[in-house]
Write a protein that binds this ligand. Structure first.
Ligand code: ADP
Ligand code: MG
Length: 490
């Protein structure tokens, strides 16, 4: 049997969510549960409206271009991509084609896939406007213009991925870059990330640098989660190999398919002959704009520490295990949560345990982000401080936290409600110990004269019984020994 290898290229769209306004209008760039709330006449293509470029969106786009080691253009241009669809009121999208020059071209970027360094060529990255969104009902469809004009970055890679694992590892790395660089929440559940996945296969052993050896490209449009990207690629590779094996591959045309998440298969949408000619031309309402070297330098200098740098810091400065550090930085909001807990003085090695063993499991189950979680970083910090100060035991904190997760409550309230707060007050513990020693002269004698050290445990048991388990065991032990030893010297 012939061996094949897969060629996979990605087109990743990510909304820039971290600008105040949209890319060409002054409407707020934000999410609302109310339709048509953040809109400006331009977003609905009212006659007479003109686009004004949002410099902050361009700045953020250039930052991604720099991070991906792309070449930035000397002048900023936009182009019109002409087509009609009800979610596109102007009848064209303002975007950038590769000519004259988009925000970035010809980048080479390295990322980790299962701890192995991989490299991918970036064909280009460009800035464009998002379309409105459509809600379909049985007898009508409604248009919501909130999304219309949101800044959108489209990143196009060369077909350099060889497996679904590599493609997904790259997407995860990009998502982290968008988050850590403060460009986007990059949340696929909010529809902020959308991918088109291109797959072909070729025979192993042929020269892959020569496009003549590449197979026929099949494009899957709008695959919306990384899980689906993986399934789509795996399915498509097997489907194409099966066509090869049955001798039908050569009849297969270049085509666009979609991933059917219920049937778990890709479905034919259209062939190449149905491809639209978008009649691109330079957007005449936006003057070309000089991108100076000074501006690029300034943007470069303002790139904040990204995922890798935080991970390295957690290992070298905080002494975390590399695996734990990797888990923490996977999502920026989790890493920020961890840092907020550590800033209150909690030991990093403690904070990481509680977050990775209890909290991440809980939020995964609830399918929410850690920022939406009812147990805030300050609640966890307070709880862990109580442990560090010896006010409650680790076990008590753990139980309170599990119960807090289950009942959606503040763990501190649970600690208080249950009165599990340990009796800390040294004088009341001392008083209790004094009384016990007086009441049990035989046991005191056993300890002092016969050297029966396990007598201490007997007294500890008595203290626990009297306090219903609320005494701090370590502290009680210490007082017991002190009091018994006092009697030795007397
Ligand atoms: P189009 O002109 O149809 O938009 P492009 O050549 O611009 O196609 O490529 C679009 C995407 O398809 C890119 O991500 C590219 O890497 C990928 N691609 C191109 N050819 C192949 C192929 N033979 N197999 C897999 N992916 C491919
Ligand atoms: Mg495109």
């Amino acid at each position: 049997m012939t061996k094949y290898k897969a060629l996979i290229g990605l087109e990743m769209h990510c909304e820039i969510s971290e600008t105040k306004t949209k890319v060409f209008s002054g409407a707020k760039n934000g999410y609302s549960s109310k339709s048509n709330e953040f809109i400006h006449p331009l977003d609905m293509a009212f006659p007479g409206t003109l686009p004004v470029v949002n410099k902050e969106a361009v700045r953020k786009a250039l930052m991604v271009s720099i991070i991906l080691n792309c070449k930035q253009p000397e002048y900023l241009y936009f182009e019109r991509k002409n087509y009609y669809y009800p979610d596109l009121p102007k009848g064209y999208q303002i975007t950038q084609e590769t000519k004259p020059a988009p925000i970035g071209v010809n980048g080479v970027f390295t990322y980790d896939c299962h701890d192995e360094e991989k490299s991918v060529r970036i064909n280009n990255i460009h800035l464009e406007e998002d379309s409105a969104s459509l809600d379909h009902f049985s007898k009508m469809s409604l248009i919501d213009y909130n999304r219309s004009g949101m800044p959108l970055l489209e990143l196009v890679t060369e077909p350099d991925f060889r497996s679904s694992e590599e493609a997904v590892a790259f997407l995860e790395t990009m998502r982290a870059i968008y988050q850590y660089a403060g460009i986007s929440e990059a949340d696929s559940k909010k529809g902020q990330i959308r991918c088109d996945v291109n797959v072909s296969i070729m025979e192993e052993g042929l020269d892959e640098t020569d496009p003549a050896n590449w197979g026929t490209k099949v494009e899957m449009k709008n695959v919306n989660s990384f899980g689906s990207v993986k399934e789509t690629i795996d399915y498509e590779i097997s489907r194409q190999i099966a066509l090869k094996e049955s001798g039908k591959y050569d009849e297969m045309e270049q085509q666009t398919r979609r991933w059917d998440d219920e049937a778990k298969e890709t479905k034919y949408m259209r062939g190449k002959v149905d491809a639209i000619d978008y009649k691109y031309f330079i957007e005449p309402n936006i003057p070309k704009f000089k991108i100076t070297k000074e501006w690029l330098e300034e943007i470069k200098a303002s790139i904040p520490p990204l995922q890798k740098e935080r991970r390295d810091k957690y290992v070298s400065e905080y002494g975390l295990k590399p695996y734990d550090a990797k888990v923490l930085v996977k999502d920026r909001s989790v890493s920020d949560y961890f840092e907020r807990v550590v800033q209150t003085g909690v030991k990093p090695s403690e904070a990481v345990n509680w977050i990775t063993t209890i909290l991440l499991g809980a939020i995964n189950k609830l399918e929410i982000g850690i920022d939406e979680f009812f147990i805030t970083s300050s609640m966890l910090a307070e709880l862990l401080q109580m442990v560090e100060e010896g006010k409650i035991s680790k076990n008590q904190a753990k139980n309170a936290l599990y119960e807090a997760v289950e009942k959606e409550k503040n763990p501190i309230d649970i600690v208080k409600e249950q009165g599990v707060s340990q009796i800390q007050d040294e004088s009341s513990l001392k008083e209790m110990v004094d009384k016990l020693l007086l009441e049990h002269p035989k046991e005191v004698d056993d300890y002092l004269n016969k050297g029966l050290t396990n007598v201490v445990n007997f007294f500890l048991g008595q203290v626990m019984k009297q306090t219903q388990g609320k005494a701090n065991p370590a502290k009680t032990m210490q007082i017991l020994k002190e009091e018994l030893d006092k009697r030795k010297t007397n």
